[in-house]
Structure formats: C-alpha cells, structure tokens
Design a protein around this ligand. Structure first.
Ligand code: NAP
Length: 320
C-alpha cells in the first residue's frame, strides 16, 4: 500500500509517500481501506516536533479517516468485512491507503454521510461536542459565541449548538468564511480581523453578554472574551498558540468560569455519549460536515500548509 511516512520532525516536506507493507489485524483489530483521511492542526504540530507528545519515528500521521473494513482479526464481532466506518484513532495512522485500527477506534458511518465527511468527524466533532456540553454545559436558549467558526471544529460547534437550541454567534476571518458560518445557521456573524468586532455582542444580547465562548485562539482572544461574557458565563479554551495578559478582576466580578479541554482526556463514559450524539445527529441530518479542500495523499505537505494558513472553510481531507 501507499502511505505517508515521517522519518524526522520538520517542515511539511518531511512527509513522504512510500510503499509500505499492508498492515495485518491482530486480536480485536481490523484494517480499513481509507477512502478519506482528516487533516487536523495537531498533526502539523506533531510533524513539526512542537507538540507535547512526540510519536516514535518513523510514523504515519493521522487518526481520522473513513472507509470500509477489509480484514478482521481474531475476536472481532462488532464489524464485518465491507462495513462502512469512520475512525476516531488508529494504530498505524490514517494518512495511508490502509489503516490498522482497534475495534474501539471505529464507529459505523451512516449511509447518508460520504467518506470525506466521515473523515471530518473524529477530532473536530468530538472536540466541539465535549467543549459545548461536557465543559460549558450549554443548554437551549443560551447564547454561544463560536470564536473561530469557519474551520473543522468551529463548523461542527455551530451545527451542534444549533441542534441543541442555542443562539449561535460565530466569527470567521474572510468573506467566504463569514458566508459559510452564516449558511450553517449562525444567528450573528463577526469578522475576527476587524477592529472592535465584538463591540455589538452586548447590544445583541439585551445587555447581558454571551453565556458561552468556545475559543479557538485563546492567546489572541481570551482578554476580550472576558469582556463580553454574561454573569456566570463560561469560556472553553480549545486552541491557543501562545501567551496572553488578562484581567482576573473580570473573572471575579462576573463569576466567569474559564476552562480548557483536551480531547485525549475524554473518559470512556464521556466518549460513549459523544459518539452516540454524533451518530444520532448525522443520521437525523442536523450534523452535515463541510468539506473545504481535498488533496491526493501525496499532497499531504500541501494539506498541512493549508491547515495552518488563515482562510479556513470547513474541513481539509486527503483522498488516498
Ligand atoms: P482549522 O480548521 O484550521 O480552523 C482554525 C479556526 O481558527 C478558523 O475558524 C480560523 O478562522 C480561526 N481563527 C483564526 N484566527 C482567529 C482569531 N483571531 N480569532 C478566532 N478564531 C480565529 O482548525 P480546527 O481543526 O478547527 O482547530 C481549531 C483549533 O483548536 C486549533 O488550534 C487546534 O489545534 C485546536 N484543537 C484543539 C483540540 C483539543 O483537544 N483541545 C482539538 C481539536 C482542535 P479563519 O481562518 O476564517 O480566520
């Protein structure tokens, strides 16, 4: 099979397309013919060698993908050959024509969801769900600002928050991104590259402020988030790429909860409810992943450049 292999950490070009042996499933494992693999920022941080967890070299990147089961190992009763599945993890990496996965790293892909859409679920939708409902405890009627609504996690968060009956405000940095978040049903949209873009949030919430901020770039936005939250508001930090000075008095005065989330800390009980909610939302049509860019497998370096560039539009995927 063809696979992307990283032999040293560095620029996107360290990802090389190679011929590799087809993986074989062991006990409670299957192999999946990967039709599409999701590209996430974390894979770019890992490839660059700047992420806290460094994989052993050489390795094949990727945890998200979708395709069909092509072989099953001893003890597997949950899946059959030919089943359409999406991955939420992989033993061997999903930037490849075939990925080895444990059965607990697979979920059934509903018939109405394409493979690229299936490859958009693992990290982005689970992160968005955890942030909204397991960290911010969002409920119907609350106003949620998705700060960074145009990318993989942001588009998922808009759909999930709307399906839960929240009022959704969302930001993007380009006119295309603003159109996208609007088309997904955001009630108000803001361009996070325009000065003073949050000035109107209080007016739009009858002076109260937003109940929740889902934050993709805390090192830029956290100080401002604290100015637009209602009393008892919550901000969940999903992404941050540096440091920021904040005024703790704002947290005190409004009894704001500032919290963070890391998908890898999800317990198996929490994961069960996340997975159930996502499969239900896919099946009933409230969750429809948006694909912005598709690249052939050998163009993985281009995909990493794109995922780290401004101008997000839904999800970037590879087509092995
Ligand atoms: P993505 O698809 O590349 O999207 C990035 C988003 O950030 C886009 O909506 C982008 O908007 C937005 N952005 C850029 N500048 C911004 C600003 N000044 N203020 C607010 N938003 C801004 O990435 P993703 O997959 O959605 O991931 C988003 C972030 O969450 C990344 O930093 C990622 O590493 C992190 N993440 C963390 C976890 C976790 O477990 N904690 C899990 C998944 C992702 P424009 O491009 O339109 O400007």
């Amino acid at each position: 099979m063809k696979a992307i292999r990283v032999h040293k950490f560095g620029d996107p070009d360290v990802m090389k397309l190679v011929d590799a042996l087809d993986p074989r499933p062991g006990e409670n494992q299957v192999t999946v013919r990967i039709r599409s693999a999701g590209v996430n920022p974390v894979e770019a941080y890992m490839r660059a060698g700047i992420y806290a967890q460094k994989p052993d070299l050489p390795y094949t990147p990727g945890t998200d993908g979708a395709g069909e089961v092509i072989s099953i190992g001893p003890g597997v009763t949950e899946f059959d050959i030919g089943d359409r599945v999406f991955t939420i993890g992989s033993v061997s990496g999903t930037y490849a024509e075939i990925a080895l996965c444990r059965v607990d790293q697979l979920l059934p892909l509903p018939d109405n969801i394409t493979y690229p859409q299936g490859a958009s679920l693992g990290i982005p939708y689970r992160t968005a769900y955890r942030a909204l409902f397991q960290k911010a405890f969002a409920v119907a009627g609350e106003t949620v600002l998705i700060h960074g609504g145009s990318g993989g996690v942001g588009t998922a968060a808009i759909q999930l928050a709307r399906a839960a009956g929240c009022r959704v405000f969302a930001t993007a940095g380009t006119s295309k991104g603003l159109e996208l978040v609007h088309s997904l049903g955001a009630d108000q949209v803001f361009n996070h590259n325009q000065p003073g873009y949050l000035d109107n949030v209080r007016n739009l919430t009858e002076g109260r402020g937003a109940n929740i901020v889902i934050e993709m770039l805390a090192n830029v936005n956290l100080a401002n988030d604290l100015t637009i939250l209602s009393p008892g508001g919550r901000v969940v930090i999903i992404g941050s790429r540096g440091q920021i000075k904040i005024d703790p008095r704002r947290i005190m005065a409004n009894e704001i909860v500032v919290t963070g989330m890391l998908l890898f800390h999800t317990t198996s009980k929490e994961a069960n409810s996340i997975n159930t909610a996502i499969i239900t939302g896919l099946s009933n049509g409230t969750l429809i992943p948006v694909i912005g860019k598709e690249y052939s497998l050998h163009k993985a370096p281009h995909a990493h450049q794109a995922v780290m560039s401004p101008g997000a539009y839904g999800k970037i995927v590879l087509l092995p």
